[in-house]
Design a protein around this ligand. Structure first.
Ligand SMILES: *Cc1c(COP(=O)(O)O)cnc(C)c1O
Length: 585
């Protein structure tokens, strides 16, 4: 833990947190309840007035980035006031108490039915699924169900079931690797390449399947670049594999983002329960489900896809309850907010929002490429079937974009037909310097541009692509409901400002400095030492002690003269214990 300046000033502890009786003037900010570094390790010994606690935390959080300008996140950063009202009204409810909160449970069932319908589950069939905290929990449950079914099959056949593996591509989000590791499965990572557009290579994946493969994760919407992996083609390939080898392998779709984008923006794309080998689907309600974190969903194609052993029947508070989540208790308010979004927007509303996101993401892509400085690794702005950046594809993309915008003039944004002309994918723009720019400015660094953008408040991450393609670094912008045309305009302008500033300030020194980012583990005193080296004046512990004692005494005197009504302060030497500074009332 970084103790902040306390490391530099080891004698100083507890500059005043909660040491005094509350007086009327204490209810103002800065009345002495500051968060002293010495206090962060121990549980607060006393409380403080609500107003001070609020202000302290409120102000500390100002150092967080602004969610609205956080281009990195896929998560919902804005909801309507009515949704927020429902959230606040239901903050104290536990989703799992279905007897006490019957109506909340009805909402839960309705949401599951809506998603079963949205993902083309079998008509007339009761949905099998549950609300979860986020996609990670959904992915783990989906992975577990695959593993249990594989194990049951192996045991029935009298075969060894001790070495399960699960196959997915190297562009996987960490939740997939966690699932493999936490539940003792070998993660078989399918290498990605530029040809596979940095995501699942169907043929290589099929080659990695064997009799110990419990199933596959297929990702609808790669976090790295927004590309959709081809669920239909993977399912067809697995069907052929079964004909050739007898291996029967099913798919869990990680639709964290895509399961709420594709049904509205690319409704003809078959990736869901229409595809025979899709056993289960998970998604994040808090991404393009348009709800604040944390909420997610997991649904199975049919009850038989969820092994009975994973379900617990509890007689709980007067009823029988089936549960198959990892966590028991769970906030009800976000489930309620999710239902609000379903009711509020419906298919047309979600359609309008997703199509606007696609449009703005394409606008950003085309604008970036028009600069000559940036090339997109994502493909959503390119004519269907055209992949990768070149001068030719740049022109083709910008021509088609201009055409579709002109043709769409005055039309409602709800028509997804225009998306059919472009490649499928998430409204996410992943981009990097063009080859030309790199050659002209050999030291240019995207990391520096990313850092300079922070000056303007923007959070645009820069990160390497998945293993095997990690020599390419990309910057990423996720376009969300709140990312308007004006937002895109300002982002492009500020990005160019940052790029110019990088060039003006001399690329090399700054970039090599920023190549060593501040590790979160780097302590304040390490930093001071690194900068000042051995020139930094060093004090012995005794010197520090008397130095700080003297200083604090002076502060104390100053306070006493300024606020004569305050109780007198005394310095106590607690027999060598470090908290030698204390006030007595
Ligand atoms: C965000 C994301 C996850 C994890 O989702 P959480 O809701 O944050 O748990 C998993 N997979 C993909 C592809 C994601 O984008």
């Amino acid at each position: 833990m970084d103790d902040g300046i306390n490391e530099l000033l080891p004698g100083m502890r507890r500059l005043g947190l909660g040491k005094r009786r509350v007086t009327a003037t204490d209810l103002t900010y800065g009345a002495g309840y500051t968060e002293s570094a010495g206090d962060v390790r121990s549980f607060p010994p006393t409380g403080m007035p609500a107003r001070n606690a609020y202000q302290l935390i409120h102000d500390a959080l100002k150092f967080d980035g602004d969610p609205t300008l956080n281009c990195a996140t896929f998560l919902t950063t804005w909801m309507e006031p009515e949704a927020e009202k429902l959230i606040v009204e239901n903050l104290g409810k536990n989703r799992v108490d279905i007897d006490e909160y019957e109506q909340t449970e009805r909402i839960h069932r309705r949401c599951l039915a809506h998603l079963h319908d949205l993902w083309n589950g079998k008509r007339g069939q009761e949905p099998t699924g549950t609300v979860v905290v986020g996609s990670s929990e959904g992915i783990m449950l989906g992975g577990l169900a695959l593993k249990w079914r594989w194990r049951e099959r192996r045991q029935r056949e009298g075969k060894d079931a001790s070495r399960p593996n699960i196959v997915f591509a190297a562009n996987a989000q960490v939740a997939l690797e966690k699932t493999a590791r936490y539940f003792d499965m070998e993660a078989r990572l399918v290498p990605v390449s530029e040809q596979s557009r940095f995501c699942l290579d169907i043929e290589r994946a099929a080659q990695m399947v064997d009799e110990n493969t419990v199933g596959m994760f297929v990702i609808l919407g790669s976090t790295y670049t927004g590309h959709y992996e081809n669920v239909r083609a993977m399912s067809d390939r697995l069907a052929r594999l079964q004909r050739d080898t007898g291996l029967d392998v099913e798919i869990h779709v990680d639709g964290a983002s895509g399961a709420f984008v594709a049904p509205f923006a690319q409704p003809t794309l078959e990736w869901d329960f229409r595809v025979p080998r899709v056993a289960s689907i998970s998604t994040s309600g808090h991404k393009f489900g348009l709800t604040y974190p944390g909420i997610g969903w997991v649904l199975w194609r049919a009850p038989e896809c969820l092994p009975a052993g994973l379900t617990f029947e509890l007689s709980y508070l007067g009823g029988v309850e089936k549960t198959f989540t990892l966590n028991f208790s769970h906030p009800a308010c976000f489930l309620i907010a999710q239902y609000y979004q379903f009711l509020r927007y419906g298919r047309t509303g979600y359609g309008r929002i997703m199509n606007a996101c696609m449009l703005h993401a394409r606008l950003l892509s085309v604008a970036l490429e028009a600069t000559g400085i940036y090339a997109c690794v994502s493909d959503i702005h390119r004519p269907r079937g055209t992949l990768g950046y070149s001068e030719e594809t740049r022109l083709a993309a910008s021509d088609l974009f201009a055409e579709t915008v002109a043709a769409g003039e005055g039309k409602s944004g709800a028509d997804p037909a225009v998306n059919l002309e472009f490649n499928d994918g998430l409204p996410e723009v992943a981009f990097c310097f063009t080859e030309w720019f790199r050659q002209k400015h050999p030291g240019a660094s995207q990391a520096v541009v990313s850092t300079l953008l922070r000056v303007r408040g923007w959070i645009v991450p820069n990160y390497p692509l998945p293993p095997d393609t990690a020599d390419i670094e990309v910057m990423r912008v996720v376009i969300k409901e709140a990312s308007s045309e004006d937002y895109v305009n300002r982002l492009v302008r500020d990005l160019l400002w940052a790029t110019k500033t990088m060039l003006d300030t001399g690329v090399k020194p700054l970039s090599s400095a920023l190549d060593q980012p501040l590790a979160s583990s780097a302590s304040t005193s390490d930093l001071a030492h690194e900068i000042a080296g051995s020139n930094r004046s060093t004090m012995s512990d005794g010197e520090k002690h008397s130095h700080w004692k003297g200083l604090l005494q002076r502060i104390g005197e100053l306070r006493d003269t300024q606020r004569p009504e305050q109780p007198k302060m005394e310095l106590l030497d607690n027999g060598g214990r470090k908290s030698f500074y204390q006030k007595t009332c």
